[in-house]
Ligand binder design. Structure first.
Ligand code: C2E
Ligand code: CA
Ligand code: CA
Length: 665
């Protein structure tokens, strides 16, 4: 455990405060940090000095041959006693201080053994020179080993005292004594000084290396913290999109190189905008955190990865091998959120808790192997889950025709549709029943492939909605309607189908205003038909957009009434100008039950003050029903099929074969 104060202490120590005043903690650290190295140095030192010590047996034999047997025996004995002691200490992992102490004692003992045996020699002159060699022991104590300063001083002082005592006891000339004593003293002073410097130097090297280490650790930690921050979603604390993208690459590479299959699972909180609107943003944030935690719990069990992908959308990457595995994991995720039991009272689909829609896709070999592919497929699955009423899971099925390459082709076609004039509008008359006059026309979109083959709106509109192409196409349609029919006043009202996605898109009403302005057309010549699709969340943005459109004079019609689940609440929320009753009701009216149903619906709509329009008028029987129920407006093949703009430009009626109920203008 690193002491928090250490960096400051090291800084202070480096600013040359005397070492004595430094806290023990630094000294202790110094000892423990260098302990291993110093233990090894001590061991090398003691063995090397022992070998040297033995080699000096040769000088013993040459200079003091009479006592050499004793001195050499002493040398061997010292080694035989000290070295085993040292080795035992070393192998018992005793500290470097203990080993140093043994070395210091060995040094002094070795010196005394040599001194004591040599003193007995008859070769006094030789010995007087030989005495100078004793300094080597002092050098050993101060310079050769790396003793602590105090130990060095103590051992070299012991050697100094021994030699001075010997000098005092031995006969000899004063000159000799003075020379030897001063030699030893200066050697003592000199080596002690060098030793002190060395110790200081070693300590400061230690401090500097500690400082560098702290700085390094700090830099690494700071870097790690920054990295973590840049990959974390601030609100939920899970990985953010950037981290997810990186992780996706890893999963992808593992799949490509090692064949480790995985799935991408997109999780979207249902009706979250509504939740935010109703409970407030703080609760909304809290809800997202709870969902994130629940997802994390599930995914940790599956060794997967989880992150926030944007707004109320999360993504999970998990190792999976089969569609079944993916399906069960997706369901486990959905259930985990449902079990949270977070209240969401205002969602109007019968459920009162927060739930999620889950779309998943398993990697699969394809010719165009791109990592984005799996996200795209998971997104399609999520779209399907939402379109199926939410709070459910869908796994991308490559064998589903809706996921076919044909759909992909349509998506590609839509991207260039307006530029390459692949898209066009046809117009179908809407007749005022009482007067028989064409009161309005409905604009219907057509798409052609490059070879001219027609694609049905039921095929391309859902693709356009899913890919977002509907936004541009929708504005293009309004612009075209203005140019084709409204600028020159060919018809007085054109109804245009508007997808809920357009109403949710920011700035839609402003774009409509700009188009009207650009063509000098009044908004009152336009009606927008809105379908109460499943994907339509009646949140404030949509209501605001509708209010803005109404201010422009644009009429708002409800299309396909009776087919969606929210129709009635819609009638309450929005003041529709006209309600179009879905053709299925008319087509069922040949039974008495069906007719009663139609009558009830017409009554309901009329009582609410809306104008009633029925679509799908195909036969004389249908016409009879329309007359019986006194429905305001009719539309259908019996009245007129959708035709090109040209047929409305200049002449009425539209098509003499199909206008039985149209009076010539
Ligand atoms: P819708 O708005 O209900 O349009 C009426 C559909 O019924 C048209 O099909 C029209 O051709 C067809 N129809 C008209 N009279 C009869 C009839 O008497 N009997 C039968 N069986 N069908 C009749 P279409 O043109 O294929 O359009 C299908 C759907 O595509 C439309 O349904 C509408 O929801 C969507 N759509 C078409 N154009 C656009 C557009 O510009 N924007 C958007 N967002 N959706 C569009
Ligand atoms: Ca319509
Ligand atoms: Ca319709």
């Amino acid at each position: 455990m690193i002491d928090q104060r250490l960096p400051a202490l090291i800084e202070a120590a480096l600013l040359k405060k005397p070492r004595a005043t430094l806290p023990k903690v630094l000294d202790g650290l110094y000892q423990s940090e260098s302990d291993d190295a110093r233990r090894r140095i001590a061991r090398h030192g003691i063995w090397l000095s022992f070998i040297m010590y033995l080699l000096f047996s040769v000088t013993d034999a040459v200079l003091i041959p009479d006592v050499a047997p004793y001195s050499i025996t002493a040398r061997v004995l010292v080694g035989l006693i000290i070295l085993p002691v040292f080795e035992v200490q070393y192998h018992r992992h005793q500290s470097s201080s203990a080993l140093d102490l043994t070395c210091a004692v060995a040094l002094v003992v070795a010196y005394l053994a040599w001194l004591f045996t040599s003193l007995q020699t008859q070769y006094v002159e030789n010995f007087s020179y030989y005495m100078f060699y004793g300094c080597i022991f002092m050098m050993g104590a101060n310079l050769f080993f790396s003793f602590k300063f105090s130990l060095s001083v103590m051992s070299s002082t012991a050697i100094l005292i021994s030699v001075l005592t010997a000098l005092y006891l031995l006969p000899g000339s004063t000159t000799y004594r003075v020379t030897l004593a001063t030699f030893y003293l200066s050697c003592f002073a000199f080596t002690t000084y060098v030793n002190w410097k060395l110790n200081k130097e070693r300590f400061s090297v230690f401090l500097n290396s500690m400082k560098a280490r702290f700085q390094q650790t700090e830099a690494v930690q700071r870097g790690e913290a920054l990295l973590k921050l840049s990959r974390t979603d601030a609100l939920t604390g899970v990985a953010n999109r950037r981290a997810v993208d990186e992780k996706l690459r890893d999963f992808w590479d593992d799949w490509q190189m090692l064949g480790m299959s995985f799935s991408a699972i997109l999780v979207d909180v249902d009706f979250f905008k509504k939740f935010n609107d109703f409970y407030g943003h703080q609760e909304g944030d809290h809800c997202l955190r709870l969902v994130a935690d629940a997802l994390s719990d599930v995914i940790n069990k599956h060794h997967g990865f989880m992150g926030r992908y944007g707004g109320e959308e999360f993504i999970i990457l998990a190792p999976t091998n089969t569609q079944e595995e993916v399906t069960s994991l997706a369901e486990e995720i959905r259930l985990a959120v449902e079990r949270l039991g977070v209240k969401h009272e205002l969602r109007r689909d019968g459920i009162t808790d927060v739930t999620v829609s889950v779309g998943a896709a398993l990697v699969r070999p394809r010719s165009d192997n791109k990592v984005e592919r799996i996200i795209h497929e998971a997104d399609r699955a999520l779209y399907n889950a939402k379109a199926s009423g939410r709070n459910c899971t869908r796994v991308f099925d490559p064998n589903d025709p809706a996921n076919s390459d044909e759909t992909e082709n349509i998506a590609a076609l839509l991207r260039v549709a307006t530029r390459d004039r692949l898209v066009s509008l046809v117009y179908q008359p809407i007749q005022h029943t009482a007067s028989g006059e064409t009161e309005a026309v409905e604009a219907l979109m057509r798409l052609r492939m490059l070879d001219g083959t027609l694609i049905l709106p039921s095929q391309f509109i859902p693709v356009a909605e899913r890919t977002g192409a509907i936004l541009d196409l929708g504005l293009w349609a309004i612009r075209t309607v203005c140019q084709d029919l409204l600028v020159d006043g060919h018809v007085s009202l054109v109804s245009v189908n508007v997808s809920p996605i357009q109403l949710k898109a920011p700035g839609f009403a402003a774009s409509v205003a700009a188009i009207l302005d650009e063509h000098g057309v009044s908004g009152s010549k336009l009606a927008f038909e809105i379908t109460e699709g499943l994907d339509m969340e009646m949140h404030s943005d949509v209501l605001r957009c509708i209010a803005d459109l109404k201010r422009l004079g644009v009429r708002i019609w409800l299309d396909d009434f009776g087919t969606g689940f929210a129709g009635l609440s819609w009638l309450r929320l929005i003041d529709f100008d006209t309600v179009k009753i879905d053709r299925s009701f008319l087509h069922d009216s040949h039974t008495s039950r069906g007719k009663a149903m139609l009558r009830d619906i017409v009554g309901l709509v009329r009582n609410r003050g809306h104008s009633v329009l029925i679509e799908g008028v195909e036969t004389d029987e249908h016409v009879a029903v329309v007359q019986e129920l006194a429905i305001d407006k009719v539309q259908g093949f019996h009245v007129g099929r959708p035709v090109s703009a040209k047929q409305f430009q200049g002449r009425f009626p539209i098509d003499p074969h199909l206008h039985r109920y149209l009076r010539p203008a």
